[in-house]
Design a protein around this ligand. Sequence first.
Ligand SMILES: CC(C)(COP(=O)(O)OP(=O)(O)OC[C@H]1O[C@@H](n2cnc3c(N)ncnc32)[C@H](O)[C@@H]1OP(=O)(O)O)[C@@H](O)C(=O)NCCC(=O)NCCS
Length: 524
Amino acid sequence: MSDRAEMRGPTSRKRRTTISGGGVKQANGSKWHEAAEKPPQCPGKAKPDEVSKHASNNGKVSRETGMSEQQQQQQQQLPHSPKKQRTIVEDLNGRLSCHVLQESLLSSASGYSNYRGILNWCVVMLVLSNARLFLENIIKYGILVDPIQVVSLFLKDPYSWPAACLIIVSNMFILAALYTERRLAVGTISENVGLMLHIFSLTALLIFPSFVVLTVTSMTPVGGVLSLGVYTVLFLKLYSYQDTNRWCREIRQAKAKKLTRSYSCPSVAQSNGSAVHAHVSYPGNLTHRDIYYFVFAPTLCYQLNFPRSSRIRKSFLIRRLFEMLFFMQLLVGLIQQWMVPTIQNSMKPFQEMDFSRMVERLLKLAVPNHLIWLIFFYWFFHSSMNFMAELMQFGDREFYKDWWNSESVTYFWSNWNIPVHKWCLRHFYKPMLKKGVNKLLAQTAVFIASAFFHEYLVSVPLKMFRLWAFMGMMAQVPLAWFVGRFLTGNYGNAAVWISIIIGQPIAVLMYVHDYYVIHYGSTT
Ligand SMILES: CC(C)(COP(=O)(O)OP(=O)(O)OC[C@H]1O[C@@H](n2cnc3c(N)ncnc32)[C@H](O)[C@@H]1OP(=O)(O)O)[C@@H](O)C(=O)NCCC(=O)NCCS
């Protein structure tokens, strides 16, 4: 390999290796990849077996081009070994032609795509610029991080724990779902009665906690979000539970009609104490252990036999636990130190409807908001979910996909929150498509349902009905159409990032502004 090739970085060495020895080297000096690329069909092209021919010609060329006497002597003293001779001739050849036919690296025609160094530069710039912002923030506001204040976000009165009580009461709904399914399995209630009981229970699962959050005065907004979040997750899980068990009964009936005896139905009593990893069949799954495993498992979709990992990896578990604790502290610190003062400073321009200042505040808020959202994503979908999954030996760890590469809005929504997406597909979207509903209508219906839950989780705890979250989610439908229709590739990806970075702080500012106005009469 020539010195020039040796001096190049590891990547260029790999991509643009000059082939010595028996390799391909054009007469005009152009170098080509060993196997991946073919040289263009230009007249000066030299075949590999012509290299030796070049070597013999080369001495002549050197003389013709005025080689020094010393060089000529050196050439005369060449050892007669053909291999050594060829190497020296190639060396001379390399000195003669220093240009090769090639594109500049930043030109798209070069096919170059390794921007690892640029990515590192972006990270360094990000850290440096944020370090400046961090210093500026500390100089301006001092240390605002206060762990005691975090406790007050959950509790107004130290002797009243409404959110915790509400979460404990949710067990009632879990047991109601299990007992209803058991009755349905043995046929003591009809399918219609079972359906009515489930509808009643699922409706109560949404109405009851919102009633408590709205009426209990000691409930804080954060406590409200937490308890409503638990109830929403439970709603989705129990919906999936009753749907899956109904499908099992339908299969059982279909098999019974065929008069097969292959479908085993162990009794409920028998399977109550069965081993966790034992394969269960309907209705053997209708046990306390099974339903509680599902309730705590990091999934919203029920199935009779979840894939299980063979053992709990302690080091993996400890790493995830450490991450959970660390990122939790970081989230709280960033919200107190960075988000809260920025939001407070944004209220005046919003009250005065000073448009340019409003945009400036919005962009200022976008940075901490986005950083917090990214940390939240990692904390929740990677650290916390993997921690729960490892603890419960739950095998399916696909909690997110590569949403960061989204080139369309639909790709983003289908890949950033896999548990919700899976639930939407399995229990809502595909059943609608099966019934012959138009695809666009089915997608819109999913987004309406999702918008409802987003609004439910914000409006009820804040005791303020503004529909900003609902509209934000519904805006995804036309946005998805626009991005899909007009933008592709990197432009589509940039549009998705912009919608995430700018869209969220708009909703945050809207809610906080309205909250301040309602509770403090003025934003100043
Ligand atoms: C609406 C939504 C479900 C659409 O998802 P999508 O992946 O774009 O939907 P597609 O039309 O590509 O099809 C998905 C599936 O339906 C199937 N499908 C499509 N058309 C079908 C039809 N006519 N009949 C039967 N199946 C069909 C596809 O084969 C595919 O199946 P697969 O998953 O097994 O491969 C998705 O955008 C979504 O989950 N949105 C809401 C997300 C959300 O609110 N998240 C909240 C996070 S906080």
